[in-house]
Design a protein around this ligand. Structure first.
Ligand code: ADP
Ligand code: MG
Length: 238
C-alpha cells in the first residue's frame, strides 16, 4: 500500500552507496519490498555477490549503470531486483500500468533463464504481468498479450518486430531498459536492432547495461544508451 511505498522510498533515498564505508552484505539489509524479500528467501538467496552489492543500491536510486562482471557472477539479480523494486515503488505494476520495463537478451535461451529467475523472484506476492518475446510463437497471439504486460524479456529481433509492426503497442510508460550480455548482443550483430529499439523508447528512462567483458563496442553502446552512468567493474581477486 501507499505507506509501505513511502517508507521504502525514504529508505532507498537514505542509502549512501558513494560513501567508501558503504557496504551491503545481505539482501535483508536492503530496503526491498516484502514480496521481493520473500521471493529471495524462498529461492535461498541470502548474501549479495560483488556485482549485486555494488549495482543494486545505485540502481534502486535510479542511476544508469554500466556493469561488467564475468559469467556466473550474479548479474541477473543485479538488474531484476531494481527492475521489480523501481516499478513497485513507482506503482507501475498492474493491468493498467502498461509496459514499465524491457529486458533485452542476446539469445532465446538466456531470455528464458532471465524469465525463470523473474518468476521465482516474483512468486511471493508480486502482481506484475511478465512476458517472454523470443520468436517462435504466433505473432498475433503475442500482439494480443502485449497490452497487459508490465515487464518483457525479449530478444532484439522480436521486440523490434513488435515495435515496428504492432499497432497500439504502447511504450509510453516505459521506465527501465536493461541490456543484458551487451557484449554478446553486439558480437551477434544486433547493434542496428538495438539502436532502432532505443529510438522507440522514452528518453527519460533508466538504463542498466551489463556485460561479461568491457570492449570498445560496449563502451560505444553505453555512450548511446546511458545517461551519466555509474561504471562498475568487478574483477576477480588476485
Ligand atoms: P551472470 O549473469 O553474471 O552470468 P547469473 O545471474 O546467471 O550470473 O548467476 C549465476 C549463478 O549464481 C546462478 O545459478 C544464480 O542462481 C547464482 N546466484 C546469483 N546471485 C546469487 C546470490 N546472491 N547468492 C547465491 N547464488 C546466487
Ligand atoms: Mg547473465
Amino acid at each position: 500500500d501507499h505507506v509501505d511505498v513511502e517508507g521504502l522510498e525514504e529508505a532507498v533515498a537514505q542509502l549512501d552507496p558513494k560513501d567508501p564505508e558503504f557496504s551491503v552484505k545481505s539482501f535483508s539489509d536492503l530496503p526491498l519490498s516484502d514480496p521481493t524479500q520473500a521471493g529471495l528467501k524462498a529461492s535461498h538467496f541470502t548474501a549479495l555477490t560483488d556485482i549485486q552489492s555494488r549495482a543494486i543500491p545505485l540502481a534502486l536510486q535510479g542511476r544508469d549503470i554500466l556493469g561488467a562482471a564475468k559469467t556466473g557472477s550474479g548479474k541477473t539479480l543485479a538488474f531484476l531486483i531494481p527492475v521489480l523494486e523501481n516499478l513497485y515503488r513507482a506503482q507501475c505494476i498492474g493491468p493498467d500500468a502498461g509496459l514499465g520495463a524491457l529486458i533485452i537478451s542476446p539469445t532465446r535461451e538466456l531470455a528464458i533463464q532471465i524469465f525463470e529467475v523473474l518468476r521465482k523472484l516474483g512468486r511471493k506476492g508480486h502482481m506484475f504481468a511478465a512476458g517472454l518475446l523470443i520468436g517462435g510463437k504466433n505473432l498475433k497471439e503475442e500482439q494480443d498479450a502485449l497490452a497487459r504486460m508490465n515487464i518483457l524479456v525479449c530478444t532484439p529481433g522480436r521486440i523490434l518486430q513488435h515495435l515496428s509492426q504492432t499497432a497500439n503497442f504502447d511504450v509510453y510508460n516505459l521506465r527501465m531498459l536493461v541490456l543484458d550480455e551487451a557484449d554478446r548482443i553486439l558480437d551477434m550483430g544486433f547493434q542496428h536492432d538495438v539502436d532502432a529499439i532505443i529510438q522507440y523508447l522514452p528518453p527519460d528512462r533508466q538504463t542498466l547495461l551489463f556485460s561479461a567483458t568491457q570492449t570498445k563496442r560496449v563502451q560505444d553502446l553505453a555512450r548511446l544508451s546511458l545517461k551519466d552512468p555509474e561504471y562498475i567493474a568487478v574483477h576477480e581477486a588476485a
